[in-house]
Design a protein around this ligand. Sequence first.
Ligand code: NAD
Length: 509
Amino acid sequence: MNTDKIIVRSPATLRQIAELPVALAADVAAAVERGRRVQAIWRQTSFAERANLLYRLRDLLLDEGEKLADILTAETGRPRAEVFGSELFYLCDAIGSWAKKSAGYLSPERIKPHFPLLKFKKVVSTYAPRGVIGIISPWNFPLTMTLGEALPALMAGNAVVIKPSELTPLSARFGAEIAAKAGFPENLLQVVLGYGATGEALIDHADMISFTGSVETGKRVMRKAAERLVPLSLELGGKDPMIVLQDADLDRAAGACVWGSLMNCGQICTSIERVYVEAPVYQSFVDKVVERVRAIRQGPSEDEIDIGAMTSAQQLEKVASQVDEALAKGARALTGGRRKPNLPGHYYEPTVLVDVDHGMSVMTEETFGPIIPIVKVRDADEALRMANDSRFGLSGSIFSRDKNTAWRLAEGLQSGSVSINDSLVSFIVADAPMGGGKESGYGYRHGAEGIRKYCQQKTIVVDRFGLKEEFPWYPTTKQKAAQLPHLLNLLCHTGWRYKWRALRGLMKG
Ligand code: NAD
């Protein structure tokens, strides 16, 4: 592969749509330096000024919606409706949330010290921007994962340099152009294009890295970041389980399952990737899911379709090989199970697999494709045990009419978020922290944690009384040395006799 340039191809037609230059290490260093200069001014702006720019950006995104949809569908192969229904819908809401709530999330917090002698000090915890944030992004949501991730970083007073995926660089570039039009200062939000090496150069220079991508790359990024101890947040892959109990509303569960597994062709970190259903309702649930999946319309974005092509050829190969392996090991495809014939692009048919088990990679490795493997389980406990039998811990779904049981399972699921009687929603609540456990990463996007990660938390302690001397200061006299154990006993011992003795000791001097 020629890594001097990026050739962008439409996944739906395989036609070339752009050829772009790659940013070299020196270009990345220069971009970070430019960002650093403008950040020194930006950090002094008020939250209200930043919020106003965000609102202008939102209006322009809406004004340019059709153009954005052209670019996004061309480079991802997704249906047009999804661009509005997921990317723009999410971004517009997230902008409103960050614009309104950032000041509150980052307002200085007065802290009351526990130790009585420190009560004479004023203690305040504050949040200072880190400087230049490097955002390294995947291809599955080319605008949400780039511009969307930049919103809290900018609101916190940072500059941002984005390294989008080499498969989908056009949306991020367009997003940055719109931000400039909205009035964000020049070089505050920059995009550098390239492959892994460009990402590594960003890790060499930025003040923090926000990485979203696969577990394997995440581990490489972490090793690289360790060289400079650059702060890092990692939003990585998932293998999200769905549990359906026998008292669930099966129609809702089947609808949520198909939506949660197939939206964006299953290329979502929080896609439902394995389903565990209690035995008494297993067959009925499977029938409902198969009926819905057979009705899914797949094709190029000009047609009235539900799902499009897969964005990455490599991912398509991975999906096909997981399904082939499962079929070879005894699984059955009730619908799909193959690439879509007669279309030139990266199409894989939406697929329902049964007779699957944890000896198959389709049940243990991230699939990131339109595949729904369903397993029959004895009861809720077996479902939970199998759901937790995974190296991933991103999100999951529980379906039951019994609120207590659903809540118990939600608490027991080893994941960063859970939906009860719903799917995919945890990702879009911009006000609630969302992150992964186990190998799905660490750190959070959204909510207070999602903006505080872009800050250096700084505690400021202020003396209030201005005494000429403080007790522990030099010189350490014999008298002070004798008084210290008494003082400690007086303040900390739980026995009144000891306190009383300490008080007498102190009074004796
Ligand atoms: P990827 O790991 O292949 O690439 C992600 C980004 O890292 C790309 O921009 C790539 O160029 C860059 N990169 C590659 N090597 C690098 C290196 N050595 N140093 C620095 N950067 C490097 O992931 P992908 O295939 O683009 O995206 C799919 C993955 O993203 C899936 O695993 C999915 O679950 C995950 N994802 C997670 C979340 C989440 O919130 N947890 C959200 C979306 C996607």
